[in-house]
Each structure stands twice: as structure tokens, then as C-alpha cells.
Design a protein around this ligand. Sequence first.
Ligand SMILES: NC(=O)C1=CN([C@@H]2O[C@H](COP(=O)(O)OP(=O)(O)OC[C@H]3O[C@@H](n4cnc5c(N)ncnc54)[C@H](OP(=O)(O)O)[C@@H]3O)[C@@H](O)[C@H]2O)C=CC1
Ligand SMILES: O=CC(=O)O
Length: 294
Amino acid sequence: MEVGFLGLGIMGKAMALNLLRNGFRVMVWNRTRSKCEGLAEHGASIGESPAAVVSMSKYTIAMLADPSAALSVVFGKDGVLEQICDGKSYIDMSTVDADTSSKISEEITKKGGRFLEAPVSGSKKPAEDGQLIILAAGEKALYDEVIPFFDALGKKSFFLGPVGNGAKMKLVVNMVMGSMMKALSEGLSLAGSSGLNQQTLLDVMDLGAIANPMFRQKGPAMIQGNYPPAFPLKHQQKDIRLALALGDENAVPMPVAAAANEDFKRARSLGLGDLDFSAVHEIVKATGSWGDAV
Ligand SMILES: NC(=O)C1=CN([C@@H]2O[C@H](COP(=O)(O)OP(=O)(O)OC[C@H]3O[C@@H](n4cnc5c(N)ncnc54)[C@H](OP(=O)(O)O)[C@@H]3O)[C@@H](O)[C@H]2O)C=CC1
Ligand SMILES: O=CC(=O)O
């Protein structure tokens, strides 16, 4: 099956490689063209624009940074809308808000194309291992048709109903994740400040009811002050910001997420946006009594 793939960042590169490994013929496009070369070495062909990729592909998948990137790739010059038509489908796996996804869906379907949103949970390593959790919503018949792609990319797919529900589910999950990261960071700082061994704190938590893969994977590097980007902090802040907007719309108070958002914003303002989201630890350390100031 021929599939187009737009956006070869941390996630998109790993996902496109998995499609190739699973025997799909893939045509890729990325705003920064140099990132396409690595995929070409693995057998991908390169499209000159999103429109060029859509013109050659029955299915096109996108994995882009944020709402503004997702919109510009669809609505911009040489964008998806220029070539989408009856018989072609667009699957946006970027993390965006429900309004962005609905705008894209409306215009694609007006042109006769079909649309599915399918943001993912799981970071760089699950993307590399084909172990993502896929949160799809939109046209059910299209969902059923593209299960072979999702099987190559993920370990489990959910179909969540109409367009918008996938985006909302993803934002709720990442709102919880960002708040948990802030809690972990405060715990490490409190342990350090009060004379406890931070690794022992991680070991204790890992044996109890709050054990989780995120604390296990990120904790030791946070103690060392290492934040190699798997999930860039700028994207985590975008997700909490969009989740808070969803909370506003639904009159749901979210003081914990709002407090976490302030730390992620501060981290961005200090130039930490391209590091892993665990770099929020630098902000918690700097505003507490333990560790070096940023
Ligand atoms: N990393 C992770 O752990 C996870 C990320 N996500 C979500 O997946 C999406 C991608 O994340 P990730 O791969 O980490 O992000 P990256 O920042 O590594 O990649 C972002 C991609 O978007 C492209 N892009 C950015 N702005 C534009 C624009 N204006 N026009 C066209 N293309 C643009 C970039 O192109 P260029 O190379 O030219 O900059 C790049 O291909 C995000 O929505 C993120 O929230 C979801 C789950 C996990
Ligand atoms: O969006 C990030 C993730 O780890 O999921």
C-alpha cells in the first residue's frame, strides 16, 4: 500500500521508518528537506510539497508540531487541500486541539476527501518500537481501513467517535502527564533538600502504588540534570495550554495543571523548550531551596 508521510521530527521519522519496515511504500515530505534524506536511505521516496505527496498517495499521514503547523501544511501554498479529492484520505496524528482538527476535517471533506484524527500517546522509544497508543476519531470506515498502518505504528488503537474526541483525549492524558512531571520534580527537590538520597526515593516509589514507567525512565536522568529530548518541553507546554483551554470551555477548574503550566512556560522562556519536558526540573530546582539556579 502507498502512503504519504508529512513531518519527520522526532516522532514522524520513527513512525515513517516503521511503515517502511512493515513493507509499505512511503513518500515523505518535511519542511526542512534534509530530514528526508535519512528516510530515502531506507527506501522512501521524497515529495516536493504536501500537495505533491497527496497527489501520489491514497493515504497521507501527518505528524506535525502544533496547531499552526498542522493548519499551514493543509491550508498553505502547495498544501494538502490543493490535491485532496474523492478517493484520498488524510490522517493527522499531530497533537492539536479539537477546533484545529475540526477545521481541517471540514475542508478535507468539502473537497471529497476523507479524514481521521489519530494523535498518539507514547514517546520517541515507543514510536521507534511500534508501540504507540493511537487515539483515533472521525470516519469509522476509514479507521477500519487504515488499521494495517496503526498495527505497524502502535500496540493498541482506540476509536473514540466523532472528530475532536481523539484530540481531547490526548490533551487530557498529557495534562495529567505534565502535572505528574511537576510532582516528580518537586519530590526529587524535596528529597534532595531534606538530606534524602534521590535515587532511593525513586526506588521506593517504584515498588508502590505510584510506580510508573515515566518516573522510572526519566527520574535517574533528572537527578543528573540530563534532559535529552524525547518529548520536547515546548510540546508539553503546548499540550497543557490547549488542555487548560478545554477546561475553560467546559468550566472545569484545573489548578494543578495551571500551576504546572506556569513552570513549563517559565522553562520555555529560559530557552529550555527544545530539551525533554523533564527539564522543567531545572525550574522547580531554581525556585526551591535545593540545587543550582537556572
Ligand atoms: N515527541 C514525543 O514524545 C511525542 C510527540 N507527540 C506530538 O507529535 C507531534 C510531533 O512531535 P515531535 O516529532 O516530537 O516534534 P518535533 O519538534 O521533533 O517535529 C515537529 C515536526 O513539525 C514540523 N513543523 C513545525 N512547524 C512547521 C510548519 N510551520 N510547517 C511545516 N512543518 C512544520 C517540523 O519540521 P522541521 O523539521 O522543518 O522543523 C517537524 O517535522 C507534536 O504534535 C507532539 O506534541 C505526541 C506523542 C509523543
Ligand atoms: O505526548 C507525549 C507522550 O509521551 O505521549
